[in-house]
Design a binder for this molecule. Sequence first.
Ligand SMILES: [Fe+2]
Length: 218
Amino acid sequence: MSRLGGLKVAYRERVLLSWLGPSRQERLMAFESERKAGKQFPEADSERMVTEEEPIGVTTHRVDAGDETLHDIPWRRDLIKVLNDALATELVCVLRYKRHCFVADGLARPAIAEEFLGYANEELIHADQLARRIVQLGGKPDFSPTSLVERSRAAYDDSLDLKAMVRADLIAEGAVIDGYCRILTLIGDTDLTTRRLVEDILIDEMEHAEELRNLKTE
Ligand SMILES: [Fe+2]
């Protein structure tokens, strides 16, 4: 790795850890050490997280053994499902921030409206990246509007005042960050391309949360 590449990795890891905060950072590190020790993670289970450590471990073994039925094995379908739920989450976030943008503009708060628009645009980029990765994995990105809210980890919000909107956005970003941390735990080192993508998105989401905390709505 070049010196510049090494510096980028070090900066990226430093930013990731600093944004995680003490409790999340400790939890992520504990997950990582326990995962390496072969422990299962019941905490990682949720209604929207179907991937488990066992199928990923089975996959690793089968790939190492030269199994040619990679497209049929369970973890790929599970990972596609998890990424599709993340895609739904990003799309709901786009809609929520778009609405907040136009409402804030109507309340004569153009600076805050611009912040919301920036978040909406970044969530849309995340959605595109997730959809592209789903296709690369052999899956179909699910943009169905009828099930978006059901599959999303983050909620839509129709508040009318800025404080309530920012609060809803902070809650949503917390849910999004938690979801991506869980996906990272589930992926482990099995799929480094997806892992890198999720880490990059996670850093953006942590920046959103920090900026929202600092947003003045008085
Ligand atoms: Fe975000």
